[in-house]
Design a protein around this ligand. Structure first.
Ligand code: SDX
Length: 383
């Protein structure tokens, strides 16, 4: 490799552009969305307010929020031939395969799918923001032998999602908990899936292609698939007493990673995990069953002890406590990543607005490490 080349594997520490959407301070454990601290937004703002903030320059006025909510209403419904796709799929496929396929299929029925002008991109963004909950709930009901429930346009995104899953209007408390989870998962800078969305859009391809690519990226267990992996670990271990051995087995295996821990940017506790830990604790107390919360605390205790021995800062990330939260909210564990996508469509679209508005195609380099100077021989002479 020539002297003037520096490799940044995993693009670690590489800044690809400027962005005014969010900022992460990995040393302070701080996340802000357009200047507002995530802790305050999670405590006081709805997912609709936060999405308006991410898609514009500031929080909406009451009139702007009302207009934004009104603009979503015509988009909640999903046409039956797209929902029928779920009926053609085996019941046991990974939900992200189903949702990625359905999201991509929406392009086939959008005559303006390919335009990347700001107005058209925002129109598609509204449509996907409104349809992701409908698609996710419909998939779950169809695979469990129930018919999909049409959205109630008078409910919020969080409330509608819970309603379309159960057919019952959710309580204020359940809706607020769902809202907090969506706010916390909405946006996180140039994470792998947002980067993929931006890199895909940088060729000036359409929004549906960029979002489909981002969904494929989010599914991975090192990214948005980690929440499901955390619950798989909790179920595998089954008790507080079994946690230590399981973690030690993972840490002692080559390249072993304990799901739900660690982060490329945070060197201290992810501020979203701080909030989700409180939500998990509250749900545990309200349900009278603290098993998953207690096991999560034990995982943190063992990881803190073991990482301290190694001099490493490997703390719970957003996926860690969200696993026990979603479990106690009654979601099947393979639906946790789709719920992540229901929230992250908000952040992905904010990044697409930025990318399309001031674009440069992304094209990094690779240092060639293969052979050179080889001479071609006809196939019949090759042994
Ligand atoms: C999300 O980027 C984002 O912002 C993503 C996200 C978002 O909102 O979009 O925050 C959401 O994806 C959160 C991350 C979810 N993934 C997981 O929980 C999977 C488990 N975590 C790891 O695979 C890892 O921590 C990553 C993928 C999150 C980060 O990977 P890095 O930055 O490449 O870190 P690394 O794997 O090189 O680890 C650095 C060191 C290693 O020590 P060495 O082997 O180099 O000596 O820290 C250790 C690791 O051993 N380490 C872990 C660990 N994570 C890091 N050790 C045990 N278990 C872990 N989970």
């Amino acid at each position: 490799m020539s002297d003037d080349v520096t490799l940044y594997r995993g693009l670690d520490g590489v800044h690809i552009d400027t962005s005014s959407i969010s900022s992460i301070d990995g040393l302070k454990g701080e996340l802000i969305y357009r200047g507002y601290d995530i802790t305050e937004l999670a405590d006081k703002a709805s997912f609709e307010e936060v999405t308006y903030l991410l898609w514009n320059d500031d929080l909406p006025t009451a009139a702007e929020l009302a207009a934004f909510k009104e603009s979503l209403k015509p988009h909640f419904e999903v046409r039956s031939d797209v929902l029928d796709l779920f009926r053609t799929m085996p019941d046991d496929i990974h939900p992200m395969h189903a949702l990625r396929t359905a999201a991509s299929a929406l392009a086939a029925f959008d005559a303006q799918a390919d335009g990347v002008g700001d107005d058209n991109v925002r129109r598609i963004g509204l449509s996907l923001l409104a349809k992701f909950p409908t698609l996710t709930a419909a998939f779950e009901r169809i695979r469990t032998g129930k018919g999909p429930i049409s959205p109630d346009p008078d409910l919020s995104i969080a409330g509608n999602f819970l309603y379309m899953l159960t057919g019952e209007k959710p309580t204020e408390a359940a809706t607020r908990t769902m809202d907090v989870a969506l706010v916390l998962h909405a946006e996180h800078g140039s994470n792998a899936s947002a980067f993929v969305a931006r890199a895909t859009a940088s060729t000036l391809t359409d929004v549906y292609s960029a979002i489909t690519a981002a969904m494929g990226c989010l599914k991975g267990p090192l990214h948005g698939g980690a929440n499901t992996a955390v619950m798989e670990a909790l179920e595998r271990v089954g008790s507080v007493e079994g946690v230590e051995e399981d973690i030690m087995n993972t840490l002692n295996s080559k390249g072993g990673r304990v799901m739900g821990f660690g982060h490329r940017v945070y060197r201290v506790l992810d501020p979203r995990a701080v909030i989700l830990k409180e939500v998990s604790h509250t749900l545990a107390e309200e349900s009278g069953d603290s098993k998953w919360f207690d096991m999560s605390l034990e995982m943190v205790r063992i990881m803190d002890r073991e990482m301290a021995k190694k001099g490493k800062e490997v703390k719970p990330n957003v996926d860690f406590f969200s696993a026990s939260v979603y479990r106690m909210l009654g979601f099947p564990k393979d639906m946790y990543t789709p719920i992540f996508a229901v929230a992250r469509i908000s952040g992905w679209m904010a990044h697409l607005f930025e990318q399309y508005s001031d674009n440069r195609i992304m094209r990094p380099r690779l240092v060639y490490s293969g052979p050179t100077g080889k001479t071609f021989s006809p196939v019949e002479e090759r042994s």
